[in-house]
Design a protein around this ligand. Structure first.
Ligand code: G16
Length: 546
């Protein structure tokens, strides 16, 4: 185990543990203020090498980003060999490496080797990339130092969106069956499918102009590159490209979703179709101004229903018998779940927050559409479904129309980044479907009306004291909290609320929905006060939302 010893000695000199607080690998990796992250990135570099060795030398990925968090934060997301998030079973190893003292690091690495039966001599390869945060360059270096210290080969792709790195890892490990493992290969795959699907489009209501808020993040240079591949088939007007504003500040998908208002920088007018990406390009929400002048959000739930109804129509028209399902979290608006089950008649599953949970569950269906309300999602096609769609498209015993629809399904599939939620890929598919249906945002939005909802944050002394169950829809601790929430909910028509500790920020999240905005606000506020009182709130008490 000289390799481990050497890596630890080097790391502890250059990247000594500088935090004594207990950390954990959360909803999507680890994130916090960037100042103390060097040693953490070094250690996550070590872990990604271990993970590559565990996967018999297949390539794993390490993305330096804190996604929707403020510019001062940073973090890391680790990627599995098919481009999914690192398996939950490995999160305990990450948490262990995050918390162990320098003197115990070697022992912890040895323990992982033993527990997972890793052959330490297998060569390892890790692909890395980063977002545009000021700290990302230095933190990438720390990660690469960790990778190299354990003898791993590192391929640094520089600036990429998170989903682009997921795509590249998958392409490499599938020996390019999924696409070419380069940024150009990514644009080329997605846009070829987009251009193919849209080549004969004739629309009267749908207009190709789209206004995109890029959160002053890494998607800005990437959307500029993408535009060159799209010719004029989609006119993308770019806002918040990082040339002046601050990352995620008053802009981006999270700001728009939580604030239910346009981002700064976009003067929203009627007739404009707009989208907001998050800081690392894995989330997207749409919005527009209604005829009555109100702001309207088309969030992850609306995107999921758009995708599911489109794919379900194509599946039916192609004569295939495939089981299509939708995966949501507790944040899904009650109206969306009702619409999907009662009108669309599509099965819905509810899982805890975190794309890793949704992605996993979506694999239970032939075609699994998964989305968090915050705009994080994609579609998975099982191997069997992909095979039968391909067969159907080339079965000459079938009529031409049927084969053509199966061909459209293949094209749609090629537009989708199945490895993870991807704002660019989701945007191309939304635009394709709107053009295909010749829909405006109003048409899309008219399927169902969201119940008014609100999200609050409450600061508490220690958010780990709040425990949840039933896909985070109920709390089991601290005592009395769930009973209090149940009582409050009963006082409001369509009242529904839940609380959960965030896995990406040091806060408790409170969600509430009800028949009116005023009632949703009141319910969230009252639940927030209970959290503050029963879960040892700190700082200012929650305020009644405006
Ligand atoms: C990450 C996760 C999402 C999650 C979000 C908020 O998004 O990938 O699945 O919904 O954090 O999580 P939490 O409520 O636990 O803070 P992103 O886009 O920031 O990576």
């Amino acid at each position: 185990m000289d390799l481990l010893k050497g890596a630890v000695e080097k790391g502890c000199q250059q990247y000594p543990r500088s935090l004594q607080t207990i950390l954990s690998y959360g909803t999507a990796g680890i994130r916090m203020r960037a100042d103390n992250l060097d040693y953490i990135l070094y250690r996550m570099g070590l872990l990604s090498v271990m993970f590559s060795k565990f996967r018999k030398g297949q390539v794993t990925g390490l993305m330096v980003t804190a996604s929707h968090n403020p510019a001062e934060d940073n973090g890391v997301k680790l990627i599995d060999t098919m481009g999914e998030m690192m398996p939950i079973a490995w999160e305990k190893h990450a948490t262990q490496l995050l918390n162990v003292g320098d003197d115990k690091l070697e022992f912890s690495l040895e323990a992982i080797v033993k527990e997972e039966g890793i052959d330490i001599n297998i060569p390892a390869v890790v692909c890395t990339a980063m977002d545009t945060r000021p700290s990302s360059v230095q933190l990438s270096k720390a990660a690469v130092d960790g990778i190299n210290a354990l003898g791993g080969e590192s391929h640094n792709y520089g600036l990429l969106t998170t989903p682009q790195l997921h795509y590249i890892v998958c392409c490499i490990n599938t020996k390019e069956q999924y696409g070419l493992p380069t940024e150009e290969g990514y644009y080329s795959k997605l846009t070829s499918a987009f251009l193919k699907f849209n080549k004969d489009k004739r629309t009267s209501k749908y207009l190709p102009g789209l206004h995109v808020d890029l959160a002053n993040g890494v998607s800005a240079p990437k959307i500029k590159a993408l535009k060159a591949y799209l010719n004029d088939s989609l006119e993308i007007n770019i806002y918040n490209d990082g040339s002046s504003g601050k990352l995620n500040y008053e802009c981006g998908a999270d700001f728009v979703k939580v604030g239910q208002c346009p981002p700064s920088g976009i003067d929203l007018q009627q007739g404009m179709r707009c989208a907001s990406f998050d800081g690392d390009g894995d989330r997207i929400v749409y919005f527009y101004k209604k005829k009555d002048g109100q702001f309207a959000l088309l969030d992850g739930d609306k995107i999921a229903t758009l995708f599911a109804s489109f794919l379900s129509d194509l599946v039916k028209a192609s004569g295939l018998k495939l089981n299509l399902g939708l995966v949501q979290t507790a944040y899904a608006n009650g109206s969306s779940t009702k619409y999907i089950t009662e009108i669309m008649k599509v099965p819905v599953a509810c899982v805890p927050t975190g794309v890793k949970h949704l992605h996993h569950k979506a694999g239970d269906f032939d075609i699994g559409v998964y989305f968090e309300a915050n705009g994080h999602g994609t579609v998975l096609f099982s191997d069997a479904a992909q095979k039968s769609i391909l067969q159907q498209a080339s079965d000459n015993s079938l009529d031409k129309d049927t084969r053509e629809v199966a061909g459209q399904l293949i094209t749609a599939m090629n537009m989708i980044n199945q490895t993870v939620g991807d704002a660019i890929s989701d945007m191309l598919l939304v635009e394709t479907i709107l053009a295909y249906r010749d829909w405006t945002c109003e048409d899309w939005d008219s399927a169902y009306t969201d119940l008014p909802s609100v999200l609050l944050k409450v600061k508490v002394e220690d958010r780990t004291i709040v425990k949840t169950t039933d896909a985070e829809r109920k709390t089991t601790s601290p005592p009395g909290l769930q009973e209090a929430i149940d009582q409050l909910m009963a006082g409001y028509k369509f009242g529904r609320a839940f609380v959960r500790p965030s896995g990406t920020e040091d806060v408790m999240r409170v969600y509430a929905e009800a028949d009116t905005k005023e009632n949703a606000n009141k319910l969230a506020y009252e639940v927030g006060l209970q959290v503050y009182d029963l879960a040892r709130g700190i700082g200012d008490k929650p305020q009644l939302p405006a």
